[in-house]
Design a protein around this ligand. Structure first.
Ligand code: SAH
Ligand code: SF4
Ligand code: F3S
Length: 449
């Protein structure tokens, strides 16, 4: 395979995102930027002149998937698209990617993708096109503004990077140091999204609640001040944020949950483990007690808040007794939903070199037990919704004719048969049944509480 088989000046592109919401946001910004350059979006990779694999480095499986995807981009006639590897694998592995997969034309990190148009030009000329520069500040300024959006909900990254250095995690290395975007840039982007048809915005950051900046009058403020400002935008009905770190749950942000109607009653607050020794080894810098105390305080101001979390099972040295503490915290918090993962050793992180790595079959067994507990609480939470009337924002078409799927304020998916309604409508729905992963409802004559 050589470069003569690939388009030199691609006219169409396809972006495939593999990672977290911030990775998805980056994918959307890349697509908007290439669109603004006159390139067209292809429905899938098979039809695109340029395929961008927007990768995730968080667990080994995610990385393996990228390399198998690269292999699959070769077409029956022997040709292939121009291939760009973007995202966190690009940052972590850099030029090494082109050595492992020589068909890759472009390698671009998560803080450098505003330079994609130049890199595409270089790749077209057969030059090595690798950019893993770190400073995030320049990226946002160089991207085109937000315009018409295809969906009623949108992500908005307000904070880049992470300074926490949990011992298992690659994010501080792939995304760099914590940097807050300026207030005005965020408010302008939110307004542009609303002008583009969006009525729900999810603010994003690896530690989104660590955001700080000067407000419009030059006063130092935290994320609660920002949420208050965004809540004043007419036409914006719902505000969410993710992911938050327990140590950055400020008094102001907790209070905001009791005061700002547009701030949805949902808090994603990962704890990772229910055992203090493991939390310490993870360098989480909070204890089980301080975590539970935060949840209590948020519930005191917003009793109906849905809490979600992330868990890692099988961190090096985790004993059976320590793992049962994780099951215990799941029962104590009664999570509305959770993500749970088997520990994956990541190159360059301290935990990867720790003794006592937990055998795969022990991790499998622990994950199954944890997920059973999580599912039980998820079902309980959803079942408690039956009989209530809820405000639902319709977000996409369902599988059946006339069916639409929307979200409640508590981020539950609801299926409704409503042929006369459209995506983007906000409706009141009577919840009639519940499963572990979704609800079913019908259009209500009552107003949601
Ligand atoms: N900044 C967020 C989330 C970061 S990544 C936070 O600190 O909560 C999302 C989730 O992936 C983490 O919460 C953690 O549960 C999981 N994760 C991160 N590194 C991992 C690893 N090496 N192995 C398994 N899961 C991991
Ligand atoms: Fe990773 Fe910890 Fe930072 Fe979250 S807080 S991104 S888990 S280092
Ligand atoms: Fe993955 Fe990077 Fe997000 S490693 S989880 S895409 S910040």
């Amino acid at each position: 395979m050589n470069h003569t088989d690939t388009p030199k000046t691609p006219a169409s592109f396809h972006v495939k995102s593999f990672g977290c919401q911030m990775n998805v946001y980056d994918g959307e910004r890349m697509a908007e930027m290439l669109g603004a350059q006159g390139m067209s979006a292809a429905a899938d990779g098979a039809q695109a002149d340029l395929v961008i694999l927007n990768t995730c480095h968080i667990r080994e499986k995610a990385v393996d998937k990228v390399y198998s995807d690269i292999g699959r981009l070769r077409r029956e006639d022997g040709s292939r698209p121009m291939i760009a590897v973007a995202g966190c694998v690009a940052q972590a592995e850099g030029a090494e990617i082109s050595r492992r997969a020589p068909t890759v034309d472009i390698v671009v990190g998560p803080q450098a993708y505003h330079r994609l148009p130049d890199l595409i030009g270089m790749a077209g000329r057969g030059e090595a096109a690798v950019d893993t520069d770190m400073p995030a500040a320049s990226k946002f300024g160089a991207l085109p503004g937000r315009t018409k959006q295809a969906r009623p909900t949108a992500f908005l990254t307000i904070m880049e990077g992470c300074d926490k250095f949990c011992t298992y995690c690659v994010v501080p290395y792939t995304r760099g140091a914590e940097i807050s975007r300026p207030w005005a840039a965020i408010v302008d982007e939110a307004k542009a999204l609303v002008d583009g048809g969006v009525c729900e915005i999810t603010l994003l950051g690896q530690n989104v609640n660590a955001w700080t900046g000067e407000d419009g009058r030059g006063r130092l403020t935290g994320m609660d001040g920002l949420v208050r400002e965004l809540a004043a935008i007419p036409g914006l009905h719902r505000i969410r944020y993710t992911t938050s770190h327990p140590n950055d749950m400020s008094d102001g942000l907790i209070a905001a949950h009791g005061e700002i109607d547009k701030l949805m009653p949902f808090l994603h607050l990962p704890v990772q483990s229910g055992n203090d020794r493991i939390l310490k080894a993870m360098n989480r810098s909070h204890t089980v007690e301080t975590y539970l105390r935060i949840i209590d305080r948020v519930r005191a101001v917003r009793p109906d808040i849905a809490v979600s979390g992330d868990f890692i099972v099988g961190f090096p040295g985790e004993s059976d007794a320590e793992f049962s503490d994780t099951l215990k915290i799941v029962d104590q918090v009664r999570y509305a939903q959770c993500y749970s993962f088997k520990y994956s050793p990541r190159p360059g992180t301290p935990a990867a070199d720790m003794d006592d790595q937990v055998p795969a079959e022990v991790m499998d067994e622990r994950l199954a037990r944890l997920q059973a507990a999580i599912n039980r609480h998820q079902l309980d939470f959803n079942t408690a919704s039956v009989g209530r009337t809820m405000a639902v924002l319709l977000e996409r078409k369902g599988r059946h004719p006339g069916q639409l799927v929307g979200k409640t304020p508590w981020l539950q998916s609801v299926h409704v048969t409503a042929p006369d309604l459209a995506i983007g409508d906000m409706i009141d729905v009577d919840i009639i049944s519940a499963g572990p992963n979704s609800l079913a409802g019908q259009l209500s004559r009552r107003k949601a509480a």
